[in-house]
Design a protein around this ligand. Structure first.
Ligand code: CP
Length: 299
């Protein structure tokens, strides 16, 4: 594997290999050596977790980073194209990590440069490194990826982490509940793919009567920045809020995941329950990104 662009490019074995490597790194049984390697982190869109965890991942393994946060101080301001920017920076680094508002930006970049490219989120399309750390988090909390019952809640239309997670989990016989406002339902092409793989799923609007069936509740933010009409966002923004009141009869293994950032879809009192796993999940991103970078740079 040269690039990591889409979960649809990965086999079940690829996913398991990324997870096994992350686990070995976390347990201190493997320490890939990235000394002399340089990652260019090109973030055309804002980020906290993805950018900082990639930076930490490189540096903790002895590598270094070049970071761009927005194009404000680059020659894109003078009219330089995305292609010329990417081709130029690829001359200075060993791997490119790209976040863009444009769907397909990382795929395009991978076709015009000669070094590995990692998709760190492309518009409303995919976020494969997040999906891999989400899968690692599920393994760590459930002991397996197989036959998980999971509700995915919130913005399933624009949520790129959702799209990538659904593709990744679909290798492992999940039972999905997709809970969203009607206008933010999972895209038809993803549902069609689930049907073709005989994956069981239900769509709905309410979560309260489901909670005690779940192994995982995966909560997402309504993606304000993807709405063409701000009034539509205002109508939908408070659609779901997870409070501790609805967590009374959950299963013993039940955990709440969220790719973060959150706005108000999980109240902060939930953070103090044994079910909240989202900050540990963010930490798992460090080990997974160490796994991803070392597999792309060293194998
Ligand atoms: N989950 C995630 O992608 O977070 P950031 O946008 O902060 O990187």
């Amino acid at each position: 594997m040269k690039h990591l662009i889409s979960m649809r490019d990965l086999s079940k074995n690829d996913i398991l290999h990324f997870i096994e490597t992350a686990e070995l790194i976390e347990k201190g049984k493997m320490k890939p050596n990235l000394k002399g390697k340089l990652a260019a982190l090109l973030f055309f869109e804002p980020s906290t977790r993805t950018r900082f965890s990639f930076e930490s991942a490189m540096k903790r393994l002895g590598g270094e980073t070049l970071t761009m946060s927005g194009t404000g101080t680059t020659s894109a301001k003078k009219g330089e194209s995305f292609a010329d920017t990417i081709k130029t920076i690829s001359q200075y680094a060993d791997i490119l990590v790209i976040r863009s508002v444009l769907e397909g930006a990382s795929r395009y970049a991978s076709e015009i440069v000669s070094i590995p490219v990692v998709n760190a989120g492309d518009g409303a399309n995919q976020h494969p490194t997040q999906a891999l750390l989400d899968l690692y988090s599920i393994v760590k909390t459930q002991g397996t990826l197989e036959n998980i019952t999971i509700a995915i809640i919130g913005d399933l239309k624009f949520g790129r982490t959702v799209h990538s997670l659904v593709y990744g989990l679909s290798y492992f016989s999940p039972r999905f509940y997709f809970i969203s406002p009607l206008h933010l339902s999972l895209p038809e092409h993803i549902k069609n793919e689930l049907h073709s793989k005989n994956i069981i799923f239900e769509e709905g609007r309410e979560i309260d009567n489901l909670v005690n069936k779940l192994d995982i509740m995966y909560v997402t933010r309504i993606q304000k920045e993807r709405f063409a009409d701000p009034e539509e966002y205002e109508k939908l923004k408070g659609s779901y809020q997870i409070t501790s009141n609805i967590l009374n009869n959950v299963k013993g293994n039940f955990k709440i995941l969220h790719p973060l950032p959150r706005v108000n879809e999980i109240t902060t009192e939930v953070d103090n329950t044994p079910y909240a796993y989202y900050f540990e999940q963010a930490k798992n991103g460090l080990y997974m990104r160490q796994s991803i970078i070392s597999m792309l740079l060293l194998t």
